[in-house]
Design a protein around this ligand. Structure first.
Ligand code: F6P
Length: 591
């Protein structure tokens, strides 16, 4: 970032402790400037005397101080390490003691969060300021789970009356479908619901419906997202259109995958029940004019607002399939869980704030240690879609290069991936333990399962979860591997030959999020926890976590390529690979 005399002058000043600059939110709102713009103004053209660069330097200093210290040694040196490096919200426990952090490093990271204006930006989000600076929008998904009486306004306009009214309409419709008060055209209750959507209009409901299967007592729910005709074909093939309700979920109502699937489903329905098909459709969208073109009756159109990002929309009418699956009370519990996390995020000091701590661990691994990926491993089969959900939440939010503000250079969002344990243990855990790349792991686990008669399964699940984080940290030296084989009666030469293959470096970081049971309230807390974690990381990295311009180009190109695939237009002018692939396609395509 800096060179020559500016660099040394800047670093000298950066290293001096100084007051953290405050950004009074009222002043920000009065100026009608986003906190990000204010930050830009504060740091534009500045050198490393800006608080964020000084704070980052402190993080790097902590990293250098801890280099070479093994996590296991940090435990040996500090008997209170678990208490120091863990935090709770009621029954929910976040343990980050099995990372290479110590108290000093956490303090440096907390200073970084302060210097990055995380608290001010958080307050600006909750105050409805247009913190989505590239699209000029407020970011108010917390309003979607707010209780009556709470105040939320987007750029000064009270959003709660509409939020509460739409929530009530959606829940009432869900109840009507569940009880049969809103029935199919034959008069029979709906047995099946198909949600057609993609990205944020799919992943939230599909993840949550699987997670909450034990309390699912409404009609069966199915999800179609991929434009691959195989998806809609296979889902509809098992259903009776006469008792199927189709929800078209799309914020924009123009997404090509969703609209293509919607038209296919509509034709399928019309073949069965003719011009009464419309009664088996509902729409979840902000684009009411587009919905009208599709011809869904207003009474079954459930809106939301442009201050809700797609990946933050499960709490809105986009959650209708979930409402139908689990019913009003449990959906309200889901919202209440998220609300509890919102309150914690707003009120708890940074040093005890779960989303902030999760983010600080993330920034440490990605920014300070340069680790490119993070694995999310729920030891919970019903959270099987959580990694996919988090991929969108995290990578679409923070997978960015452009910054809103100078100051914190380096890497931004990591690759997020995962699968439930224990399945992952028999697939990719080999690499986590012995691969050449260190991948921090985030474990999630409930103390209790839902099947008391299968408690021994849950005991094994828990033991495996704990064993993996222990093994990642402890590892096994070559000498230990050798001794183990000698004790097992292996010949000495054989033990010597095999020892390097059976040794684990260990010292691989992981965190564990533990909670009593995966019920609607806790799922709400988990999802909001990750939403706010992504927010805090984005604020520290200085990216806008709320746009997704990176997905646009591919969409535009796909539109132009469609007639080339059909052969209506030529591929002339395309790059050699694309033109070659199109020619090969034409040779292979049948019909
Ligand atoms: O392609 C990305 C994206 O815009 C996501 O952000 C969004 O969740 C998804 O597409 C679906 O968009 P829509 O709800 O407008 O159909």
């Amino acid at each position: 970032l800096f060179s020559g005399p500016a660099k040394s002058r800047a670093f000298e000043r950066a290293l001096q402790p100084g007051p953290v600059e405050e950004m009074p939110i009222r002043a920000v709102l009065r100026q009608r400037r986003t906190p990000v713009e204010v930050l830009c103004a504060q740091t534009d053209g500045a050198d490393v005397t800006t608080p964020i660069a000084a704070a980052w330097k402190a993080v790097e200093t902590a990293r250098d101080r801890l280099a070479g210290r093994r996590i296991a040694d940090l435990f040996a040196a500090d008997p209170a390490r678990f208490e120091t490096l863990s935090a709770r919200l009621d029954d929910m426990l976040f343990d980050y003691s099995k990372t290479g952090l110590d108290k000093g490093a956490v303090e440096a990271l907390t200073g970084l969060a302060r210097a990055a204006g995380v608290e001010a930006l958080r307050d600006a989000m909750f105050a409805g300021a247009p913190i989505n600076a590239t699209e000029g929008r407020a970011v108010l998904h917390p309003a979607l789970r707010a209780a009556a009486g709470e105040a939320f306004s987007a750029e000064g306009e009270d959003v709660m009356p509409e939020v509460l009214e739409t929530r009530e309409r959606s829940l009432a419709f869900a109840e009507a479908v569940r009880t049969g008060a809103y029935a199919s055209v034959s008069g029979k209750p709906f047995t099946d619901v198909v949600n057609i959507g993609i990205g944020g209009s799919d992943l939230g409901p599909v993840m949550a419906a699987a997670a909450l299967a034990p309390v699912h007592d409404g009609p069966r729910c199915h999800f179609v997202s991929n434009v691959d005709g195989a998806h809609v074909h296979d889902v509809l093939a098992g259903l009776d259109p006469a008792t199927t309700l189709v929800l078209i979920a799309s914020k924009t109502f123009t997404t090509i995958e969703t609209m293509t699937n919607a038209h296919t489903a509509r034709a399928w329905m019309e073949r069965a029940i003719g011009d009464r098909a419309g009664a088996h459709f509902a729409a979840l969208s902000t684009a009411l004019d587009e919905v009208a073109k599709f011809g869904i009756d207003e009474s079954r159109v459930f809106g939301f607002w442009d201050w809700v990002g797609g990946r933050y929309s499960v709490w809105s009418s986009i959650g209708l399939s979930l409402m139908i699956a689990i019913g009003r009370q449990r959906f309200e519990d889901f919202l209440a869980g998220a609300r509890a996390m919102d309150a914690h995020f707003r009120e708890a000091p940074l040093s005890a704030n779960l989303p902030v701590l999760l983010a600080l661990v993330g920034v440490w691994h990605r920014g300070a240690l340069g680790l490119p990926s993070r694995a999310v491993i729920p030891y919970d089969q019903r959270l099987l879609r959580l990694p996919a959900y988090l991929q969108q939440l995290d990578m679409e939010s923070n997978g960015k290069t452009a910054r809103l503000r100078e100051g914190l250079a380096g890497e931004t969002g990591p690759v997020v991936w995962g699968e439930p344990g224990t399945n992952g243990q028999h697939a990719f855990f080999q690499l986590l333990h012995q691969g050449t790349t260190v991948i921090p792991v985030e474990f999630l686990v409930a103390a209790n399962g839902w099947e008391p008669e299968l408690a021994h399964h849950h005991t094994l699940l828990l033991a495996n979860c704990l064993a993996q984080s222990e093994a990642l940290m402890a590892g096994r030296t070559e000498a230990e591997a050798y001794e183990m084989m000698i004790a097992d009666g292996k010949p000495e030469a054989e033990a010597r030959r095999l020892a390097p293959h059976r040794a684990f470096a260990g010292d691989r970081p992981s965190t564990t999020l533990m909670y009593r049971r995966l019920d609607p309230f806790t799922l709400g807390r988990i999802v909001a926890l990750y939403e706010h974690r992504v927010f805090v990381e984005g604020a520290i990295w200085g990216v806008n976590s709320f746009d997704q311009w990176g997905v646009e180009l591919g969409k535009t190109l796909a539109k132009a390529l469609e007639p080339m695939v059909t052969g209506e237009t030529s591929a002339e002018g395309k790059d050699g690979s694309t033109a070659g692939l199109i020619a090969a396609l034409h040779a292979l395509r049948e019909g």
